[in-house]
Design a protein around this ligand. Structure first.
Ligand code: NAD
Ligand code: LMR
Length: 323
């Protein structure tokens, strides 16, 4: 197998400390795919990254071919097949993710330009750094020569949280919960869709008949889970975020099972739900013949309609703030 070149930004940070080792061990692309890590950091954090590199070397991973580190995106992104944009400031207690837009948004201008210039023409990019939807929009707009369909922002952690919560309520494992779509923004307005979710193959609404819990505690619980972790840990989620990054890329790279879908934020251009066409919006998606496609034909009830329009509105406001 040809070596895959993977860029990771924010390499000295807390998510990367979990993510890098899982990629190098083969968890991301499988046991037959050698990987080269291209890791970007700001100059002040390069010595910390040097230490992480030593630990990667000391792990003697059989699949790990090469580790490049540096702070020049044009050098680090050269020839990469996959780029994971983790490097950005996390929020603290009492903040919303969009409060980070002024500081973090500008990172994605320069990095988009560099990606456009030197990455593989088929590079897939996943933005994790918050606010990830709008950062991804900035990235994509600054990389006009690359396919806009290859830009993604991560809402998989929300999906995983929703599956865990529904599983707990139904008294079964999260793995028995499927078709949980997250609509919209990775923010407190996101919409975890319990209407189309299934539990052990049945409609979630048949298994959990308490609709008031679903509309209230469940939706709010998923929306606020990140803030709750910050409150308790003093830092935002890291290992579960790294896990969700692995899940996102694996879902993008493998054909989706018939009875499932996954959540990722993608370009809303020509979407089948009438969402504004110039956003990075999270939809239920499936990978079909190697391409990430929005699941079509899902009916929104009044609850979903109202909530999805609110999250769309928030994303439009974030876009206006950036302009
Ligand atoms: P962290 O502070 O531990 O690490 C971030 C790293 O990024 C730091 O080492 C910093 O030096 C580096 N960095 C900053 N600007 C950079 C730049 N321009 N280029 C390269 N590197 C840069 O933070 P973390 O906990 O690893 O979180 C990173 C980001 O991911 C935050 O914005 C956080 O809010 C976000 N996040 C998103 C999700 C999601 O579900 N989408 C989940 C968890 C965290
Ligand atoms: C999360 O959902 O855990 C991350 O987006 C971090 C945060 O700020 O909540």
């Amino acid at each position: 197998m040809k070596t895959k070149r993977i860029a990771i930004t924010g390499g000295a940070g807390q998510i990367a400390y979990s993510l890098l080792f899982r990629i190098a061990s083969g968890e991301l692309l499988g046991d037959n795919t050698p990987v080269s890590l291209h890791i970007l950091e700001v100059p002040e954090a390069l010595s910390g990254l040097e230490g992480v590199k030593m630990e990667l070397v000391d792990s003697a991973f059989p699949l790990l071919q090469e580790i490049r580190i540096g702070s020049d995106p044009e050098k680090i992104f050269e020839g990469v097949d996959l780029a994971l944009f983790v490097g950005a400031k996390p929020r603290g207690p009492g903040m919303e993710r969009k409060d980070l837009l002024t500081e973090n948004g500008k990172i994605f201008i320069g990095q988009g330009k560099a990606l456009n210039k030197v990455a593989s023409r088929n590079v897939k990019s996943v933005v994790i750094g918050n606010p990830c939807n709008t950062n991804c929009l900035i990235l994509s707009q600054n990389a006009p020569d690359l396919n806009p369909k290859n830009f993604f922002a991560m809402t998989r952690l929300d999906e995983n949280r929703a599956k865990a919560m529904l599983g707990q309520k139904a008294g079964c494992h999260a793995a028995a919960v499927k078709k949980v779509g997250i609509w919209g923004n990775h923010s407190a307005t996101q919409v975890p869709d319990f209407v189309h979710a299934t539990i052990k193959g049945k409609k979630a609404l048949e298994v959990i008949s308490d609709r008031a819990w679903l509309e209230g505690e469940f939706v709010k619980g998923v929306q606020q889970r990140g803030a709750e972790i910050i409150r308790l840990r003093g830092k935002s989620s890291a290992a579960s975020a790294a896990s969700a990054i692995i899940d996102t890329v694996r879902s993008l790279e493998t054909e989706t099972e018939e009875d499932d879908w996954y959540s990722v934020a993608i370009s809303s251009k020509k979407n089948p739900y009438g969402i504004d066409e110039n956003l990075i919006f999270s939809f239920p998606c499936r990978t079909v013949h190697g391409e990430c496609k929005i699941v079509e034909g899902l009916n929104w009830d009044q609850f979903l309609e109202e909530k999805i329009r609110a999250t769309e509105k928030e994303l439009k406001e974030e876009r206006s703030a950036v302009v």
